[in-house]
Write a protein that binds this ligand. Structure first.
Ligand code: AMP
Length: 113
């Protein structure tokens, strides 16, 4: 198992973990680009959104619900935040384990891209 996010999920590699449950784990991005920058990953190794099957709708739902939980924990629910899921080569996905970026704590650039 060479996946860095699998290792953070299992505890083999330390991460600043904020939330864990049956389906997902959330930890701080090691290279934050916003005052609050958290990654939410499925505990199960899924390479990207493309790897989610209909049978894993519970995981997909847990990922989205964790976004809301993280926003509350980070105190950015009211001020707002941006959610990004880079996917594949054109999406500049660097880590091949599905992850949701939650970015907040300051106004984001108005435009995407
Ligand atoms: P991307 O695959 O481009 O959506 O982004 C991968 C993100 O993972 C980057 O923002 C990295 O800073 C972050 N990252 C890579 N390794 C670690 C790690 N060991 N702990 C926390 N974040 C990481």
């Amino acid at each position: 198992m060479h996946c860095i996010f699998c290792k953070i999920v299992s505890g083999e590699v330390p991460g600043h973990v904020l939330l864990r449950n049956e389906h997902v784990c959330a930890f701080r991005d090691v290279n934050p680009v916003a005052p609050s920058h958290v990654l939410i990953v499925p505990n199960k190794h899924l390479a990207s959104i493309e790897a989610i099957s209909a049978a894993e709708a519970d995981i997909a739902g847990a990922l989205l619900l964790a976004v809301k939980d993280i926003a509350h924990l980070e105190g950015i629910s009211e001020s707002g935040y941006r959610v990004i899921v880079n996917t594949g080569e054109d999406g500049h996905q660097e880590v091949q384990h599905l992850h949701i970026h939650v970015l907040g704590g300051a106004p984001m650039q108005h435009q995407l891209g």
